[in-house]
Design a protein around this ligand. Structure first.
Ligand code: CA
Length: 431
């Protein structure tokens, strides 16, 4: 059901759109003047209103059930329906929005009334997130950060056997464009033995992908690696804001706590597994000498096509740069192929002990840095733990984030012979 790369939509802003051409059709929850929160689909610069479309009589059968679930003020019920419902809805949406659709003259006049300009709408966190888990599968980030603390032994012995993760905080996950308040907390100054209390001086971002969980499992029953992909509803961008000075003092022995739980930003649109299908790729071969994954994490199909080729970008714009009319400056360009574990392996591992995953749970992949300068997904790595300052085009320098700094993530999928799609932005300004 691959849509031809040259397929066009009668929603003209979709054609050639860098994020939301006809081939993407991501779902989200929006509201706008006079309209309550509801599900919609991004198409070019517009949002297609699923609730209004249902009222107007669009969609049949499984697609109608899916549209009903996706039209609510959260997408949990839609995620719970799983892949067949998602595919049915996508198929009818493609038919409805395609410029060469045979019933266009009948459908378009009514469908046009169901579009809202994205610029006039407010986006919301797309699901009630029951649980949020942050993984650590970006091996270059793990190496870069490990080197700062253990130059001779950057990776701990469990890393190549266990998809490492910790339970994060769902209550402070916020939608892109929500300002982030610098957190207070305890920090231990170098050489000191007693901590001080105050605002974090080492505020950072982490470039991650977010993974939305679909149907899930019952407690006590693991999701097999073979079935894991069926439990992934879609993807977004995720900024795991991190207070490095709080983290350094609090993280032993149980891991991050208040250094991470004050805010996590996500992009608004849920890009589906179907839209990402052309951008699947083989999991990169493990370096010579690395162990094979244990059997419960190893599946031939997952190894052959379970990785993603998504280009990831971090940009920064300071208050001064805004005042001077400068564009955001790129700090990093990375790729999801820097994941040591696939998303299916994350799902399978998370549930292997019988832990229950539920529709609308969210995973973070962990920071997805590349191995080289220019590919680092956090300032901790760029500044080598705060040792070297980054000089911006404005002449300002940064080791960590200052007040007024705005961090922007973007993601783009490109492949010869296929239409490119993107994720929209994940933005946040530091207060
Ligand atoms: Ca993280």
């Amino acid at each position: 059901m691959t849509t031809p790369s040259n397929a066009l939509s009668w929603v003209t802003s979709a054609n050639g759109h860098s994020d939301f051409p006809l081939h993407n059709l991501p779902l989200g929850v929006f509201s706008c003047d006079g309209l309550s929160k509801r599900g919609g689909v991004a198409i070019g610069e517009m949002i297609f209103d699923l609730r209004a479309a249902l009222d107007a009589g669009f969609f049949n059968g499984a697609a109608r059930d899916a549209a009903e679930a996706a039209s609510r003020d959260q997408l949990n019920d839609f995620f719970a329906l799983g892949a067949p419902a998602r595919r049915a809805l996508r198929s009818e949406l493609l038919h409805l929005l395609d410029r060469s659709s045979p019933q266009l003259s009948r459908l378009q006049p009514l469908a046009e009334t169901l579009l809202h300009p994205m610029a006039e709408c407010q986006m919301h966190v797309p699901a009630r997130i029951g649980d949020y888990t942050d993984f650590y599968v970006g091996i270059h980030h793990a190496m870069n950060v490990g080197k700062l603390f253990r130059p001779d032994n950057p990776l701990l012995p469990n890393y190549k056997y266990v998809p490492i993760g910790y339970h994060g905080r769902a209550s402070t996950i916020c939608i892109s464009d929500t300002p982030v308040k610098r957190p207070n907390g305890q920090t231990l100054a170098p050489g000191a033995v007693v901590p001080e209390f105050g605002p974090s001086k080492r505020l950072d971002y982490e470039l991650e992908m977010g993974v939305w969980i679909g149907p899930g499992n019952t407690m006590g029953e693991a999701i097999s690696i073979v079935d894991a992909a069926e439990h992934i509803a879609g993807f977004c961008l995720l900024n795991d804001w991190s207070a490095r000075d709080l983290q350094a003092w609090e993280y032993q022995p149980l891991g991050p706590f208040l250094s991470k739980s004050f805010a996590t930003s996500i992009s608004a649109w849920v890009v589906t597994a179907e839209a990402l299908e052309p951008f699947r790729t083989a999991q990169p071969a493990r370096p010579e000498g690395d162990p094979q994954p244990l059997p419960y994490l190893l599946d031939a199909a997952d190894q052959q096509g379970g990785a993603l080729d998504i280009e990831l970008e971090v940009l920064l714009i300071t208050e001064q740069m805004k005042e001077q009319g400068m564009a955001p400056q790129r700090l990093a360009l990375s790729n999801t192929q820097n994941m040591y574990w696939t998303v299916a392996q994350m799902v399978s591992h998370h549930s292997v002990n019988g832990c229950k995953l539920q529709p609308g749970d969210l995973f973070g992949t962990g920071t997805l840095s590349g191995p080289q300068a220019g590919q680092f997904g956090s300032l901790l790595e760029i500044s080598e733990g705060g040792k070297t300052a980054l000089t911006l085009a404005s002449g300002e320098s940064r080791r960590f984030l200052e007040t007024g700094d705005e961090v922007i993530f973007r993601a783009r999928c490109r492949r010869e012979g296929y239409a490119s799609i993107g994720f929209g932005e994940c933005r946040g300004v530091v207060l």
